[in-house]
Each structure stands twice: as structure tokens, then as C-alpha cells.
Write a protein that binds this ligand. Structure first.
Ligand code: SAM
Ligand code: GLN
Length: 309
């Protein structure tokens, strides 16, 4: 019978040879998934025998990983802001860059720029990573998590339940009604004026960039989570991929009292976004870089309109 150690050694070698460079520790994650153990437990049991059925299951998962399937879909989980979120092919795998968006939203409160019982709209919630995290980090905030995709919303619901945000369990958890899930296209079914803060990691890849994407992303993640259809941003240089962002700016910009908006953007999109923001009555108050130094998160505020101008 194969041992934990021999299967790990074999899988690590296979992963190291894969062209997309998966980290060798994924071998432990996948074997842990099959054996129902944590990564650390797998590491500590090098000499244990692995039953033939488990070995077959492990080899099947490894083959899927080697074909490019994201490891988070195979394990069913991805950590975001220190918490494990359930993920599957119905949703984008939450990215570390998006943790900056959460940090920026939390910072707005520390800076005294939000009311204590902030009502937040997360547009394009996907797995719910942003909305669930904000609700857990700020127990007084009210969250509406919206997505066009009912399939994605089902995953967001599972995550909200997992963290006890839907108020169904007795005792602890959120008061009922603090967290809501809504199927909506860009907030069309929502009373937009009811929000104090809008956060969104919209799809921001232009369709024509699909060929250049890593197959791990392009061939496995939901297209509606990745690709932005062309929008009213056409005509602004470098604006490919900002179609959904520009619709958001347009729709929310039409409100007399508009909440600040925190948006994730793609590489090279800061300048086109500034131009779009100005067009719809917003200004980019700050742009926050990710760990690679790429401007990744922007805070948008209503532009001051001066009398007589
Ligand atoms: N918020 C999650 C995160 O950061 O990991 C997922 C973000 S994913 C990039 C974008 C999400 O927006 C997808 O779940 C997609 O279904 C949703 N979406 C795309 N177009 C939309 C639209 N017009 N209205 C509402 N949601 C939309
Ligand atoms: N960050 C994702 C990627 O680069 C894209 C997600 C998005 O479009 N918001 O693959």
C-alpha cells in the first residue's frame, strides 16, 4: 500500500514539473482533502498507509490539478482575510488583492467617514468574501450582497450561513436582517439611495484579453465573474475592461446623495477610471496599490460642485 510520504513525494514532483508553477504544498492540501485531515496533520503522518480507494481519489484530484483546475475548486475552500470560504466553479476564487478592498473599506470607518450603522452594498458578491468579511469585522454594519448570478448567490448564502450571519441559529450570530442576499443586475432592483457605502470587485477583464489570461483562470472560473462587456467607457483611452465599473459610476452618480464607493480595478485602469469618474460626477479620492505595487483599489467620492462653475 502507498504511504502518505510516497504519495506526497510523487505529487510534489509532478506539481513542480507543471508549466503553470503550482506550489508543492498543494500536494498536502489535496491529500488532506481526501483523507479529511489538515495540511499539518498530513505532514505529521508521513509513514501512514493510504488505502487504495483514497489513493485513487488522490490521483484523480492531482490529475485535475495538473490539467489546470484551480486548487481551491478541488479542495472546496479558500482563505480570505484569515477565514475559510467555501468556493466552487460557480464563483471566482477570492484573491489576496481583494483583501486590500476590505482594508480600505474598514479604514473609511476608522477615519470617521461612515455612520456607525453603515448600510453597505456589495455588488457582484460572488462567494460573498467581501460582504461576509465586512459583516464579521463590523458587527453593526448591515450588508446587502448582490449578484447577477443566482448560482453565485447560492455559494454566498452558504458562506453567510457558515459564519452565522443569517440569524437562523439561536444565541449567537447576527440579528436577523443584518445580512441579505439579492439577485440583481448592477443594483437595478435595489433602492440605491438606501446605502452609505458601495463596495465592488466587478469583472474587469476585457474580452479581447482572454487569450492572454492564464488557462487556470480563463478555462475554469465563471466568465461572468471575469469579463466585463464593453460599456459607456468606450472612447476613453485604455478603458477596455472598465465597462461594468463605468455603469456603476453612472448609475450611482445619478443619485443626489451618493455614498462613497470602493472599487477594485485591473492593471492600468486607474487613469481611465479617473476620466470616467469625472464624467459621472465622481473623483478618485485615493488609489491603493496591491503588494505588486499596482493601483488596485480606488475610493470614489462625490465631486464637489461649486456654485457659479
Ligand atoms: N466579490 C467576489 C470577490 O471579490 O471575490 C467576486 C467578484 S467577481 C470578479 C465579479 C462578480 O460580479 C461575479 O460574481 C459576477 O457574477 C458578478 N456580476 C457580473 N456582472 C454583474 C452585473 N451586471 N450585475 C451584478 N453582478 C454582476
Ligand atoms: N483578479 C482577477 C484576475 O486577474 C480578475 C477579477 C476581476 O475581473 N475582478 O484574474
Amino acid at each position: 500500500m502507498a504511504s502518505v510520504g510516497s504519495l506526497l513525494a510523487e505529487a510534489r514532483a509532478a506539481l513542480a514539473a507543471a508549466p503553470f508553477g503550482p506550489p508543492p504544498r498543494e500536494a498536502h492540501l489535496l491529500l488532506g482533502r481526501v483523507l479529511g485531515r489538515s495540511e499539518a496533520q498530513v505532514l505529521a503522518r508521513d509513514g501512514d498507509a493510504v488505502a487504495p480507494a483514497a489513493e485513487r481519489a488522490f490521483r484523480a484530484l492531482l490529475a485535475r490539478r495538473l490539467a489546470g483546475e484551480p486548487v481551491a475548486y478541488l479542495t472546496g475552500e479558500r482563505e480570505f482575510f484569515g477565514r475559510p470560504f467555501r468556493v466552487d466553479p460557480r464563483v471566482l476564487v477570492p484573491r489576496p488583492e481583494t483583501e486590500h478592498l476590505v482594508e480600505v473599506a474598514l479604514a473609511l470607518e476608522r477615519e470617521g467617514r461612515l455612520v456607525p450603522d453603515t448600510r453597505v452594498l456589495d455588488l457582484g458578491t460572488g462567494s460573498g468574501a467581501i460582504a461576509v468579511t465586512l459583516a464579521l469585522e463590523r458587527p453593526r454594519w448591515q450588508l446587502v450582497a448582490a449578484d447577477l448570478s443566482p448560482a453565485a448567490l447560492a455559494v454566498a448564502r452558504e458562506n453567510a450561513q457558515r459564519f452565522d450571519l443569517l440569524g437562523r441559529r439561536s444565541g449567537r450570530g447576527a440579528p436577523a436582517g443584518r445580512f441579505a442576499l439579492v439577485a440583481a443586475d448592477l443594483g437595478s432592483a435595489l433602492r440605491l439611495e438606501a446605502f452609505d457605502l458601495v463596495v465592488s470587485n466587478p469583472p474587469y477583464i476585457a474580452l479581447e484579453e482572454a487569450a492572454a489570461l492564464s488557462p487556470e483562470v480563463r478555462d475554469f472560473e465563471p466568465p461572468e465573474a471575469l469579463f466585463s462587456p464593453p460599456g459607456p467607457s468606450e472612447g476613453i483611452p485604455g478603458a477596455a475592461g472598465t465597462g461594468i465599473a463605468s455603469l456603476l459610476l453612472e448609475r450611482f452618480g445619478a443619485l443626489p446623495e451618493r455614498a462613497p464607493m470602493v472599487l477594485e480595478i485591473g492593471q492600468g485602469q486607474l487613469e481611465p477610471l479617473r476620466a470616467l469618474a469625472a464624467r459621472h460626477g465622481w473623483r478618485v479620492e485615493r488609489a491603493v496599490p496591491d503588494l505588486a505595487g499596482i493601483p488596485r483599489v480606488v475610493v470614489l467620492e462625490r465631486r464637489q460642485v461649486h456654485q457659479g462653475q
